[in-house]
Design a protein around this ligand. Sequence first.
Ligand code: P6P
Length: 336
Amino acid sequence: MQQGITLDEFLEQHSSSLPAGSGEGIRGLLADVAKACIELSELVRRGELAGVLGAAGQENVQGEEQKKLDIIANDVFIALTEGTGRLAGLASEEMDHHYPIPEQYSRGQYLLTFDPLDGSSNIDVNGATGTIFSITEHAKDAAPMDADFLQSGRSQVCAGYCLYSSASMLVLTLGNGVAGFTLDDKKAAFVLTHPNMQVPAATNEFAINAAYSEHWQAPVKQYISECVEGESGPIGKAFNMRWAGSMVGDIHRILCRGGIFMYPLDARMIKSGKQGKLRLLYEANPMGMLIEQAGGLAHTGLVPILDIEPDNLHQRVPVIMGSKEEVERVVGYHAS
Ligand code: P6P
């Protein structure tokens, strides 16, 4: 697959590997998603000049303060996809329930579940942010209900993200490896630059918010303390730590050079009845598919993330994903 081809040329060359009858639909939907990502990339790049920074003055269904750009990003995705006839419905972090396709538009076969602006707390400090998306099929004629979005990660037809950072990059999988595209502002198009992203099996770089270490459960405490012990510890090598404050930023680094990303279950969450911080449908599942497709592992510590049968749109799960050897080590500590 030669570098430099556009996303649409890539999809045309790949359409033979898509499930029968889905080629044109997926190509069109991904073209719409790419257009939305380009629009968002321009807004993020302009920041204060576009008047998009700062709080929106309201909370989302998660009880989290919404940034103006969280809402704008959600609206951009709806505006660019609801009328194309490709979607049966949308669901996102910013909406309590799914978004039905308005009567005046025809419905398609796909469901788009997305986090419009992941890491939005970074937006006011010019840090990395991104959009994460997951595409599943709606195999019924009737309009979807919330329950139709509750599909395991194994059912995803496509998963990806757009990272808004020094470059804007669209990274996606159709179940046949992971490809990365860099936004060429002059062409206003994503161009293939990373044709076959692979997560190295070994790593010496971990990503976790160490501020919560006193709340971690024993297996995580054991693992991180062994990483910090370095060459004199049981793992026998020195580790480095990175924490982007945006899952898209951390997972992109891991797809580029390896690493293990952890947002584990901790005592604070258990006390408040939560199963984790990150959301299954529009964070853990799409990122888990990308990581597995790139040769890594995506786990809760107890089960593979993609095997989970969701029970609600905004379900949270513990997340441990990245380089195979280190994820296996942490899973082993959970087992013992
Ligand atoms: P903390 C962003 O809000 C997010 O959902 C992920 O993108 C990111 O990895 C994590 O939360 C950051 O959480 O607790 O470090 O602010």
